[in-house]
Design a protein around this ligand. Structure first.
Ligand code: ADP
Ligand code: MG
Length: 640
């Protein structure tokens, strides 16, 4: 009726040409030069745009009249295998002509410049991999196509539908079309090399991998994927153990049930939803340095990376699970500078929450915690040794065998401290290659006699731990094999004196020992710290055996620190040797005995003996036995 209406009538028949904004041209150029190793991301980008469009519609519908209010909210993926055409259709918010020009012709976001800059640096940094997981949004479609068509009809009532066409170079065109349904269809004419995407199984696999956590059902032919709220976003109370198990089996690729699961959510400073799992058993491959562990990372319900290693500290690498971030944006052109910062903050929050859950478990369910500890305790020890940030929290979770507890029982450091004698000011520990050796160690005898409890550390990782941990709750740790422990309190200063450390050669027994094994030890002296043992080796001050052990476990050339050999003057063997030495009898027997004694204590201390020495040792033992058997029986030390 009016001229105005005539104009509107005339518009639909015209085709408008537009030139892409400079930054998009740059972007398209980068895409053309194959930025992404993984072209699959294009489908994920388009489906997530469809999901965004449906979200926007759902929100608009709450307040406004919309076109076709009863239309289902869904996404459809169609394909034509022969022609190599893919179509992603949604019934979402759609776009007006202006929106088409703005949304698909410019990057209306300030991050673009910095994105393009960082793209240039990317090849030289290791964030390359991570960024490669993100897409460049809608433009990802030009990775697989030189002819992309977008047909769209806005959800605003009475809007004309339009078609947008581009070859991804300089220009795009827009013209009006007839389109019955509200929403958008993106039609991809696949390049020859990429025609294989137009295949049911390929599409199905990609959709179920990347997009099945979206809120809307995705239809491919007769099948429907997703459309249910992702498990990790549902209220915790709604979830069954079976659902957790199913999620675990999917993310961990394990057929067993998980030992533990933690449903972890955070609001600030980062918003994310997460479920993390502890498997029932250590998976052997975890000790392989090339093992790929990691957390499944989603950005607003869309899968970004299957195994992300930036979300957990190394010592929690036995865990698996899902993190779904609200703050990470799929489209890397927006947020690239923020990305690593986001991941670091999530890691911090996630790790603290996991440790809090573990300590809650330790308090509420001892059995469950100890079952966890048996399998994964070594990782927490590794963490306490290597990750300063979490050391304090981790130390509280550690459990140890002690000299006072029965074989199976374990103690926390906290409860050890509670049991300490009133005047005890140190946490005593003993390192040994296994529990058996620990319990038999001559170093324990004094502590047993004095009623002092000692932590028995018998795992390889323990040496590393004790090298890196100085104290707990202001109480310091003390290895029982160190010289300072065996000295009386008042000799603190002089203990370090050269003179004191030297063997007293005026004593005929010490002199004899010195002449036979003097080369292999720092010095030889008597000590009253033993009850049943004949002798033992202690470390000179300042050189910890923890460090020596660590070197040994790393299979490094052992730098041999000579230890002090201490003799128990009350032991019958030492008494007998004294007699023999004083009377200058059985000299060969004395020598063999002294050699054998040293070798035995070296073994107890876990110093390895070369296999080729085994034969010599066997011969020596037989010789010793023979000599003792033929020793004249008029000698009896007990009579003195
Ligand atoms: P992003 O999704 O990060 O905003 P994209 O490059 O993926 O960036 O998309 C650019 C814009 O194009 C979107 O913000 C949206 O406004 C519009 N758009 C893309 N696909 C659709 C769609 N299916 N329906 C409606 N709008 C869309
Ligand atoms: Mg997008």
């Amino acid at each position: 009726m009016t001229g105005n209406e005539d104009t509107l009538e005339s518009v639909p028949n015209s085709t408008d040409s537009f030139t892409f904004k400079t930054e998009i041209k740059q972007l398209l150029n980068i895409i053309a030069n194959s930025l992404y190793k993984n072209k699959d991301v294009f489908l994920r980008e388009l489906v997530s745009n469809a999901s965004d469009a449906l979200n926007k519609l759902r929100i608009r519908k709450l307040t406004d009249d919309i076109f076709q209010p009863d239309l289902d909210l869904k996404i459809t993926v169609d394909f034509d295998e022969d022609e190599g055409i893919l179509t992603i259709t949604d019934t979402g918010i759609g776009m007006t002509k202006d929106e088409l020009v703005t949304n698909l012709g410019t990057i209306a976001h300030s991050g673009t410049k910095s994105f393009l800059d960082s793209l240039k640096e990317m090849s030289s940094t290791n964030s390359n991999d991570l960024i490669g997981q993100f897409g460049v949004g809608f433009y990802s479609s030009f990775m697989v196509s030189d002819n992309v068509v977008v047909q769209t009809r806005s959800a605003l009532p009475d809007e004309q539908a339009y078609e947008w066409i581009s070859s991804g170079l300089e220009n795009f065109e827009i013209h009006p079309i007839e389109k019955e349904e509200r929403g958008t269809a993106v039609i991809i004419h696949l390049n020859d090399d990429d025609k294989s995407y137009a295949n049911f199984f390929r599409l199905k696999n990609m959709i179920s991998l990347y997009s099945s956590a979206l809120d809307y059902p995705i239809h491919i032919q007769d099948e429907t994927f997703g459309g249910e709220k992702a498990i990790w976003r549902r209220p915790e109370d709604d979830l069954t153990e079976e659902q957790y198990t199913a999620l675990y089996q999917e993310v961990a690729r394990d057929w067993q049930e998980p030992l533990l699961h933690f449903n972890i959510r955070a609001e600030a400073p980062m918003q994310f939803y997460s479920v993390v799992f502890v498997p029932t058993h250590i998976q052997k491959q975890i000790f392989n340095p090339d093992h790929e562990w990691g957390i499944k990372l989603y950005a607003r319900k869309v899968l970004v990376e299957e195994k992300n290693q930036d979300l957990l500290p190394n010592f929690l690498r036995f865990m698996s699970g899902v993190v779904d971030s609200e703050d990470i944006v799929l489209n890397v052109s927006r947020e690239v500078a923020q990305l690593n910062k986001h991941l670091t903050s999530i890691k911090k929050v996630l790790t603290s929450k996991i440790l809090r859950e573990l300590s809650r478990l330790a308090k509420s369910d001892d059995d469950a915690f100890l079952q966890f500890w048996d399998e994964f305790g070594i990782f927490l020890k590794e963490g306490a040794a290597t990750d300063q940030k979490y050391q304090e929290k981790l130390l509280k979770l550690l459990r140890f065998t002690t000299s006072d507890l029965e074989h199976e029982k374990l103690s926390s450091i906290e409860s050890y401290i509670e049991r300490m004698n009133p005047d005890q000011d140190k946490i005593y520990y003993l390192l040994a290659d296994n529990l058996e050796l620990a319990r038999r160690s001559p170093h324990l005898e004094y502590f047993k006699a004095e009623g002092i409890e000692v932590l028995l550390l018998h795992q390889p990782v323990d040496s590393l731990l004790m090298m890196n941990v100085q104290e707990f709750d202001k109480v310091s740790f003390q290895n029982v094999d160190e010289e300072a422990v065996s000295q009386d309190e008042d000799t603190s200063k002089e203990a370090a004196d050269e003179e004191k450390v030297k063997t007293d050669l005026s004593d005929p027994i010490l002199a004899k020992f010195d002449s036979i094994v003097g080369e292999q030890v720092a010095s030889i002296r008597y000590s009253d710290r033993m009850v049943t043992s004949v002798c033992r080796l202690v470390n000179p001050q300042g050189i910890s055996s923890d460090m020596q052990r660590v070197y040994r476990f790393m299979d490094q050339e052992m730098f041999s620190v000579k230890k002090i050999l201490e003799l128990n003057p009350n032991h019958v063997l030492i008494k007998q040797l004294s007699e023999l030495i004083a009377s200058n009898r059985s000299r060969e027997l004395v020598e063999l005995t002294i050699l054998q004694l040293l070798e035995s204590v070296l073994l107890i201390e876990g110093v390895p003996i070369k296999p080729e020495d085994n034969i010599a040792r066997s011969e020596r033992i037989v010789e010793l036995a023979t000599k003792y058997a033929t020793l004249s029986d008029d000698f009896n030390p007990e009579e003195e």
